[in-house]
Design a binder for this molecule. Sequence first.
Ligand SMILES: *Cc1c(COP(=O)(O)O)cnc(C)c1O
Length: 426
Amino acid sequence: MNYYSLHHKAPKVSFKEAVIKGLAPDRGIYFPENITPLSDEFIQNIDQYSHEEIAFEAIKQFVGDDIPNDILKEIITETLSFDFPVVPIEDNIGTLELFHGPTMAFKDVGARFMARCLGYFNRDKEEKVTVLVATSGDTGGAVANGFLGVKGVDVVILYPSGKVSEIQEKQLTTLGQNITALEIDGVFDDCQDMVKTAFLDTEIERTLTSANSINIARWLPQMFYFFFAYKAVHKQHKNIVFSVPSGNFGNICAGIMAQKLGLPIQHFIASTNVNDTVSNYLENGEYVPKKSIATISNAMDVGNPSNFIRIQELYNNDLATIKQHFSSYSFTDSETKAAMKAIHNQHNYIADPHGAVGYLGLKNHDLQGAYGIFLETAHPVKFLPTVESTLSLKLDIPSQIQEIMHKEKHAIQAADYDDLKRFLNT
Ligand SMILES: *Cc1c(COP(=O)(O)O)cnc(C)c1O
C-alpha cells in the first residue's frame, strides 16, 4: 500500500516510510492510495470474529507487505489487551468506553500500535529514531507508556508547564528509560511550534518522527473500536450514529475510514467544545483556523484540526457530501457541566468532560430512531478536580493511577527552541 501527501508535492511512500517520516517532506499528511471495502460476508458475520481478527482484517491492507502477517497479528494482540464495552445510558443512547487501557484514554490504542510498528521497523538498526511529541495532556502519557522500553526508539515529550493535570503530568514524567519529558515554560501552542521547528531544522542530528494522529500508525488503528461497537450493538440496533468528542479530528476520521471499509454507520457527529472551526465551516463554507481557547475538555482545545483535511479527502472534497454524512456541534463549558450533571443524576453514570460533549452532540441531533453512541474518550479520574467539583462527589482512584501518583517526577526545564535543540543535539 502506498501513501500520498495531501499537499500533493512529495513522492508516494510505503506504510513503513510513512510511519517513520510521520509528515511528508512537503509538510502534508499522508493518505492511503486505495481503500478496499471488506466483504459484505465479513461484516454480516462480524459476531463470529474476535477483536483481534476484526482488527487484522481492518488494517492489513494498509500495512501491506511491510510487516509479515504473523508479526502484525502479534502487534494487534498486544495493542488490544483491554476491554471496549458499550454501556447503555438511555433507551436510544449508549457510550463506548475507550478508557480501559493503561493510561485511561483512547490514545492508548494508537500509541501502542504505533510503538510496536516502529519497534519492528527498527529491530536491527544501529541508528535510533526519536519520537518528538507535543502534548496538551493525554497524548504524552499514552505515547510514554506505549513506547516504554521499545528498542531503537527514544521519546521526547514536550508539555506546557502547569497546563496539564497532575495525573497527566505523572503519566509522562515518571517512567524513565527511553522516555524524556521536557517541561516547557509556555502554552501548548508553544510546544507544538517547537516540535514543528525541529522537524524543519536541518541541523538536528537525529532522525525525528511524530506520534500525533498525523502519523498513520497512530491514526488508523482507531478504526478498530468502531467495528467493536458495531459488533456489540448491531443485533439490537440497525441504524447507528456515532458522536465523537473531537479536537484534532483523528478519531472521527478513523471512524469514517471504518465506514469506507463497509461498516454500516448512518451518520457521524463531531462534537467539540468552543473550538468550533469545523462547525463554522459546515455552516458557512469557510474554513478559518483560530487560536485555540482553553476549556475543561482540554484534550480538544484545537483551533486548526490537523486531520480535517483527511475527512475532506474521504468525502471527495465536497462540502455537500460532507454535510450529508457528517455534522458538527460546539458546546460551552457550562453546557458541558450541565450535561455531566444530567447524565449523573438521571442515569447514574459519571462522564468525563469530553464524553459529556459527545453526549450533548447526540442530544442536539435528530436521531430519527437511530441508536446513538458517544465515545467516552477518557476516564473521569483523568479530570479529577473538574469531575469532583461538578458532581460534588469523590472518585475512587483506579490502581493504574495510584501506582504512579507516588513516583517522582523527572522533567528537564526548557524555555525556548534553543533549549530543545541543545537537548536533541547532545
Ligand atoms: C485526544 C483526545 C480527544 C480528541 O481526539 P482527536 O482525535 O484529536 O479528535 C478527545 N478526548 C480525549 C480525552 C482525548 O485525549
